[in-house]
Design a protein around this ligand. Structure first.
Ligand SMILES: [Zn+2]
Length: 254
């Protein structure tokens, strides 16, 4: 377990959070940790943490472009800074690039630590470890937990790869090109990797999704014979992310 995950678990324990519904009470959570949430318009930042003479203040942007799930992630990202980086200055401004629902590896960078904290806190092992390990990979399962915990599909799908016992990779693409992928440990052992920065394979279900064929608002199961250009793996499904009009989608390889 990395440090942000163990700090997140510790804070959840201190807050006595043992049912998933309690995680929805973010105002109360932040208050119980001695801070306040302040919503305001912001330029150049998505969220901020101010540690002054009074209570620490977590400010979060009121921009309409930020959906409620993303806002929750941003608030808990700042809570992560408060819990882990309190001594590192009085004001921390975090941009859209700092706050990523994709926690990268075991990075020691403070922004990545705060992202790992947010992911571990909002989608905690205590609630998802068993269902993610015991159920077959499916977007229905990920979607169900995304709604229950009010976390984005991307964050929930990435977290799924941490607990599933199956060889699964979540692939995130933007405008038809693979931006990154997150493999489960079983998938890593296969030794195959989607080709990052290359277009999604032409005859795959992913490409069909990208071309808006057979795409609906629902999770759409796509059976594809081929995989990406360099690997032969079936795709079990994909979804176009609705909050990304320019064409982001996540897919799952299994
Ligand atoms: Zn930050």
């Amino acid at each position: 377990m990395n440090r942000p995950e163990s700090v997140a678990n510790h804070v959840l324990d201190r807050l006595d959070i043992f049912v998933a519904e309690d995680l929805l009470l973010l105002d109360e959570i932040v208050h119980a940790r001695g801070a306040l949430i302040h919503e305001c318009s912001m330029e150049g930042a998505e969220a901020r943490l101010l540690i002054g003479p009074g209570k620490p203040i977590i400010s979060v942007s009121t921009s309409n472009y930020i959906n409620p799930y993303r806002r929750r992630f941003s608030i808990v990202h700042e809570l992560g800074h408060l819990e882990m980086h309190r001594g590192n200055g009085l004001l921390r401004s975090c941009t859209k690039l700092d706050i990523q629902e994709r926690p990268a590896g075991n990075s020691v960078d403070a922004e990545q630590e705060a992202n790992q904290f947010a992911s571990a806190f909002l989608i905690p092992a205590r609630f998802v470890e068993r269902p993610f390990a015991e159920n077959a990979p499916s977007f229905d399962l990920i979607s169900e937990w995304s709604e229950k915990l009010q976390t984005s599909l991307t964050a929930t799908a990435l977290r799924f790869t941490r607990f599933t016992l199956e060889p699964v990779a979540v692939v995130y693409s933007f405008q038809g090109k693979i931006q990154y992928f997150q493999p489960s440990s079983e998938f890593t052992e296969l030794g195959v990797f989607p080709d990052v920065n290359h277009p999604v394979g032409l005859n795959t279900g992913a490409r069909m999704l990208f071309n808006r064929k057979e795409v609906s608002r629902q999770w759409h199961e796509v059976r594809a014979a081929g995989g990406f250009e360099r690997i032969e793996m079936p795709l079990i499904g994909g979804i176009r992310l609705e909050n990304c009009p320019l064409g982001c989608q996540i897919m799952m390889l299994y």
